[in-house]
Design a protein around this ligand. Sequence first.
Ligand code: SF4
Ligand code: SF4
Length: 192
Amino acid sequence: MKWFVSQDVIKAPIQDILERGSGQKVRRCYQCGKCSAGCPMSFKMEHLPNQIIRMIQLGMEKEVLSSQTIWLCASCLACTARCPREIDIAEIMDFLRRRAYLKRVKPKLDAKVLLFNKVFLWNVEWFGRLYEIALIGMFNMFSLEFFKDFSIAPKMFLMRKIGLFPALKINRKEIREIFKRSHKVGLDQKDK
Ligand code: SF4
Ligand code: SF4
């Protein structure tokens, strides 16, 4: 895909905002591509991690925030570990998700990745750690695909990839407190 990038776009402040908000020096990136080469989600991404970094350098905030890439990132840190310029790309993806969420920008290709992210966080907030059956049930219900992936559930259960019950030895109160405080920090940053 080709973009026309005007002078006004290049002067847009997203790079400065991101560097202040995440502490990551985006301008240090020299586009070696090692982050993208090691990313396990790159096969699904609309823009590769190094392309996202380049778009930030060019001030293309709208395109970056509406890219489904930021929602597909699994926060595995492979890119962060590989970057020769010591840029924490996973932290940048996290920052961009927060910003897109606060600015109510939806991914333009597939809005369901946003729904999945929300349901995932509700799940962790409510059960203290991921409870897969509830995650699948809620996601299918809200996305109106009621029987999606149901056929593979027995196999996953037999392989102990999913459990019938949520984890018990978890201090749910503490986890909810973390969510409460994070939510407050997010609201404080909303207009910055
Ligand atoms: S690995 Fe680091 S320097 Fe290389 S493209 Fe990715 S962010 Fe840029
Ligand atoms: S943290 Fe995200 S962008 Fe980085 S390698 Fe993992 S999935 Fe890819």
